[in-house]
Ligand binder design. Structure first.
Ligand SMILES: [Zn+2]
Length: 527
């Protein structure tokens, strides 16, 4: 038994080495049933298999006894079989095989694979990553590149944050001012990851005018679908909506003049939850957006609206009247009512809603999935943790916009849902990393923030805790560092808290993102 194991991330649940080898070339046929065509296309695209070639075979078979997204991969001297009960399982079998072939391949393109038996399935059904293109816009090629790498790590949910105080990024034919006005801010904050002088950010730059055309979104949706990734758009409501109010101030409580927000942070203004016009607008908007995204989940935001609650309670007579009519005491109760209404609209559109947990109140519908990011009171946890399903993204542990000094690679790897005490694990659908883009101003900076922490996240999402081991993971990461280099991915060479000397005396804690980014550029020059 001399065959070594290949480095696979996330680690398969069961991986046995078998005797012998099997050779894969561009002549090796990939045979699959129509249901597993995405897996077949993914693998034959990678192998560049010639049409009609039939020398040996990689076979994809259906095995209905396997659970959802699970696969069995058997490499023997006679051939390779991948079995699964659904298209995602077959796809992940193809992904694992691709990673093995990448490691076995020699310069002439022939891969002599060590025989093996792998039985694998995900710990969580929801394995996600978020990209924020409201704050900074990266474009279609960046999104596709991110999706490619998510697929390689068996992540299956791409949460796309396309709407915030700083911009609205989806073409709208129903509300054209959402592009004319809301997609355009006067300036951006120069700095972020490109400025060592953080936190002294400066105003400047050209006007920042970006949004995705509907056809571009359709192209990305199709691209993701071929990688078995669902796209979950987020329209953040009722807070984080100043870009919308800049175009449609009649949706606000105070009917003031608003501008698309150019600074970082949270504005106090929210949609008026007291007037019917707001609900009519939201329903039309959601109907238009949902048409673009043929997936089950939809993120309705709901976070950081508490400053707006004060406006509802104290300044807006319409909201005050609404609260009186509904018998509600507090602004947070009106938010629960508001998001429940949005939930009903989304249900009619065939969607299941997700809401950030700080927006979830006592009366929030229990069929809304909570997105846990911020610690709540023990009373809140006790009330909620058995009431609804959750996605877990604790800040800062799974917030990849934080510095590596603050959130080292190992901290991400060691995150354990069961031990986190946030929510009852049996109600957790899965985990997701966030990458808020106030500071991440280019796709290069996005890559720096996300890689290699995404590898640790993938293993948290996929591999059973009893099979996880940081040392072993770190060894397997070596292959993926080579892969990232070959793909020109700007991964961080900084993985943990670092200190360095300034003027040979003081020791400076390198705890900010811009400085780390610059330092990383320096390391790359020498390594
Ligand atoms: Zn109001």
């Amino acid at each position: 038994m001399n065959n070594p194991k290949y480095s696979i991330i996330p680690k398969p649940q069961k991986y046995d080495v078998l005797d012998g080898t099997y050779t894969v070339t561009s002549e090796t046929a990939v045979l699959c049933i129509p249901e597993f065509i995405k897996a077949g296309n993914y693998l034959s695209g990678f192998l560049k298999t010639k049409k009609g070639a039939n020398n040996g075979a990689i076979k994809f078979n259906k095995d209905s006894t396997l659970k959802s997204e699970a696969y069995k991969l058997k490499i023997t001297p006679d051939g390779i079989t991948v079995s699964a009960s659904d298209k995602n399982g077959a796809f992940y079998g193809a992904v694992t095989l691709k990673i093995m072939i990448m490691q076995a391949k020699s310069a002439n393109g022939v891969a002599v694979l060590n025989c093996a038996y792998i039985y694998d399935y995900p710990k969580f059904s929801y394995r996600g990553g978020m990209m924020d293109e409201a704050r900074h816009f990266f474009g279609i090629d960046a999104v596709k590149s991110a999706l490619d790498n998510m697929a390689l790590l068996k992540l299956n949910k791409f949460h796309w944050h396309l709407c915030d105080d700083q911009g609205y990024r989806i073409e709208s034919e129903v509300f054209p001012l959402l592009n004319e006005i809301s997609s355009n801010r006067k300036y951006e904050l120069l700095g972020g990851c490109n400025n060592l002088a953080f936190p002294e950010l400066q105003k400047g730059g050209e006007e920042y005018y970006h949004y995705y055309k509907k056809d571009e979104i359709r192209e990305i949706v199709e691209y993701a679908s071929n990688l078995c990734i669902d796209i979950i758009p987020e329209i953040d409501l009722p807070g984080h909506t100043v870009a919308i109010l800049a175009a449609y101030p009649e949706l606000s409580c105070l009917k003031g003049e608003y501008e698309v927000f150019c600074e970082n942070g949270i504005t106090k203004d929210v949609l008026c939850a007291g007037q019917d016009e707001t609900y009519v607008f939201v329903e039309k908007l959601l109907t238009e957006v949902c048409e673009l995204f043929p997936y089950k989940h939809f993120h309705m935001g709901g976070d950081e609206a508490s400053k707006g609650h004060k406006i509802w309670e104290k300044e807006c007579p319409v909201c005050q009247q609404k609260m009186k009519d509904l018998g509600l005491e507090k602004g947070k109760d009106l938010q629960a009512y508001f998001n429940n209404q949005v939930n009903e609209m989304l249900k009619k559109l065939g969607k299941t809603s997700i809401e950030w947990n700080d927006g979830i109140g006592e009366n929030t519908d229990s069929n809304i999935i909570g997105h846990y990011w911020i610690l709540r009171s023990p009373a809140w946890v006790k009330r909620e943790h058995n009431k609804r399903k959750f996605i877990v993204s604790p800040c800062p542990t799974l917030y990849f916009d934080f510095s590596y000094s603050r959130v080292p690679l190992k901290k991400v790897y060691n995150f354990n849902v069961a031990k986190s005490g946030f929510v009852n694990e049996k109600n957790v659908l899965g985990v997701e990393f966030e990458s808020w883009a106030e500071w991440i101003d280019t796709y290069d900076a996005w890559e720096f923030s996300v890689y290699p922490r995404i590898f640790a996240l993938a293993e948290v999402a996929w591999t059973e805790d009893k099979f996880k081991n940081y040392k072993d993971f770190y060894k397997r990461l070596d292959f993926f560092k080579m892969y990232m280099k070959s793909k020109n991915i700007n991964y961080s060479r900084i993985e943990k808290k670092i200190w360095f000397k300034v003027k040979n005396k003081s020791v400076y804690h390198l705890g900010n993102r811009g400085a780390e980014y610059k330092y990383n550029e320096k390391i790359k020059m020498t390594k």
